[in-house]
Design a protein around this ligand. Structure first.
Ligand SMILES: [Fe+2]
Ligand SMILES: [Fe+2]
Ligand SMILES: [Fe+2]
Ligand SMILES: [Fe+2]
Length: 400
C-alpha cells in the first residue's frame, strides 16, 4: 500500500484549531504503558519543537507580512500539536526517569536510522553517535540507582540493554572535529534527508532538556553529570545538523520539515500499540498533510520547482521502535574506539583530541566515571542490564 502525502488531502487549516477540552489529553499509564509508546511521544515532541523553532527562524528572515502571517497560523497549530504530544507523558516521572527515556529514544531511534540509511557516510555518522548515547543511558542508570534507589529496567523494560558503550569521557572532542560533511541535496535519497532531520531534532531536544533540567537536582554528582552529558549533546547537535545540506532554500527546508512530520506521524500510526495514542497520531497526520500542501505551494511559488522533484514519491517504510540489541553489540565490538578527525573518523587519539581532553578534565576524572565508582561504593555494584550475556569488549565487562 503506497501513500504519497503530496497527493493526499488533510484537514483544512481553519478547521485545525482545538479548544481546551480537546487539548486536555489523558496521559499514558505510567505503570503499564508500552515503553516504545513513551519513546514515540518523546521523539514526536522533538519533531514538533523543531517545526516550531524552524518556523520562527524562517519568520525572522521573512520580510513579507502576508507570508509571516501564514507562517504564524501554521506554527500556532504546530504549537498545539506539541502541547498535545508532550502532555501525553504522565506527570509522575522524575526528571531522571524522563532522562533515561530520552536516552532510550536516542539509542533505538538512531540505531534504526543507522540500519536503514542507504548512504555509507551518513550511516557511519549514526553508527558513531549511537554508541555514545548508549553509554549515556548506562551512566544515568547508575545515577538513578544511586540517588533514587530504583532500577532502569523498570523504564527500558528489557527492550534496550544498559551497559557501557564508548565511554562518555571520551566523547569530549575538539569542536572542530564535530563538524561532518553535508549530503548533496541534489544527489541524496529523500529518505536520507528525512533521517538527518529526525535525528537532528531528537538530539536538539535532548540538548535543550539537559540545559534546563540539569541544575534542578540538589545532588552534586547529578548536577555534574548533567553538565557533562549536556555538553556532549551540544556536540551531537553539531555532528547531526552538519549532515544537512545548507544549500537548501528556506522553502525547500520547510517542505522537508512538513514532509518529515507526515512521515513520522504515519509511521507511528502504523506501529502504535495504544489505541488512544494512535488516534492522536492519525489526527496529527491529517493536519500535517495540509501543512505539507501549503509548504508545497510556497515551494512552487518561490523556488519555481515541483515538490515531487525533491520529496519521496511515497512514504518510506515506517520508522519503528524495536530492540536493536544485536546490532548495537556488533557496533560496540567493532567501533568502540573510534573518534573523529576533521570530517572523518580515526581509531587513535590524535593531538587535537588529547589537547581537548587535557583542558577539559583538568587532571580529574570526569563526572561520568565518578558516578560509576560512587554507585559501586554505595550499592555494592554498578548497574547494568545485559539481557544478551557478557559485554562484547572484555575490558568493559562488569568488575566483580
Ligand atoms: Fe506538526
Ligand atoms: Fe545522550
Ligand atoms: Fe546524543
Ligand atoms: Fe507541520
Amino acid at each position: 500500500m503506497t501513500f504519497n502525502p503530496l497527493r493526499e488531502r488533510g484537514i483544512p487549516l481553519d478547521k485545525q484549531l482545538r479548544n481546551w477540552r480537546e487539548l486536555n489529553v489523558t496521559p499514558i499509564d505510567p505503570d503499564h504503558a508500552d515503553p516504545y509508546t513513551r519513546c514515540r511521544i518523546i521523539a514526536m515532541n522533538g519533531i514538533e519543537v523543531e517545526a516550531i523553532m524552524f518556523s520562527h527562524q524562517l519568520a525572522r528572515h521573512c520580510p513579507d507580512l502576508e507570508l509571516k502571517q501564514q507562517l504564524a497560523r501554521v506554527r500556532y497549530i504546530e504549537a498545539q500539536q506539541q502541547k498535545v504530544v508532550n502532555w501525553l507523558l504522565p506527570g509522575v516521572s522524575s526528571v531522571l526517569e524522563t532522562t533515561i527515556a530520552y536516552e532510550q529514544v536516542a539509542v533505538d531511534l538512531t540505531a534504526w536510522v543507522a540500519r536503514m540509511e542507504p548512504d555509507s557516510y551518513l550511516k557511519q555518522a549514526y553508527q558513531f553517535g549511537v554508541l555514545e548515547d548508549f553509554d549515556h543511558l548506562y551512566r544515568y542508570a547508575n545515577l538513578y540507582e544511586m540517588i533514587e534507589h530504583r532500577k532502569a529496567e523498570k523504564i527500558v523494560d528489557g527492550l534496550t540493554e544498559v551497559m557501557p558503550g564508548r565511554p562518555t569521557y571520551l566523547h569530549h572532542r575538539d569542536p572542530v572535529d564535530n563538524v561532518r560533511e553535508p549530503y548533496d541535496k541534489s544527489a541524496a535519497a529523500p529518505i536520507s534527508k528525512l533521517h538527518a532531520l529526525t535525528i537532528m531534532a531528537a538530539e536538539q531536544q535532548t540538548m535543550n532538556f539537559y540545559m534546563n533540567v540539569g541544575p534542578t537536582s540538589m545532588e552534586p554528582i547529578a548536577r555534574r553529570l548533567y553538565q557533562e552529558i549536556g555538553l556532549i549533546e551540544e556536540e551531537h547537535v553539531t555532528h547531526y545538523e552538519s549532515l544537512v545540506d545548507p544549500g537548501e532554500s528556506w522553502w525547500e527546508m520547510l517542505l522537508n520539515h512538513e514532509y518529515n512530520e507526515c512521515y513520522l506521524y504515519h509511521s507511528f500510526m502504523e506501529t502504535e500499540s495504544d489505541p488512544k495514542v494512535k488516534n492522536i497520531w492519525e489526527l496529527h497526520l491529517n493536519m500535517e498533510l495540509e501543512h505539507l500542501r501549503l509548504a508545497a505551494e510556497l515551494f512552487k511559488k518561490h523556488d519555481g520547482r515541483d515538490p515531487e522533484q525533491v520529496c519521496a514519491p511515497e512514504l518510506p517504510v515506517p520508522v519503528t521502535f524495536e530492540p536493536n540489541k544485536a546490532y548495537l553489540r556488533e557496533l560496540i565490538a567493532t567501533q568502540i574506539d573510534y573518534t573523529t578527525l576533521g570530517t572523518g573518523y580515526v581509531q587513535e587519539a590524535h593531538e587535537r583530541f588529547e589537547k581537548m581532553q587535557e583542558a577539559l578534565m583538568g587532571g580529574e576524572p570526569a563526572p561520568s566515571e565518578q558516578i560509576i565508582n560512587d554507585n559501586r561504593a554505595k550499592s555494592g555494584h554498578e548497574y547494568r542490564l545485559q539481557t544478551e550475556g557478557e559485554h562484547p569488549i572484555h575490558s568493559l565487562a562488569a568488575k566483580r
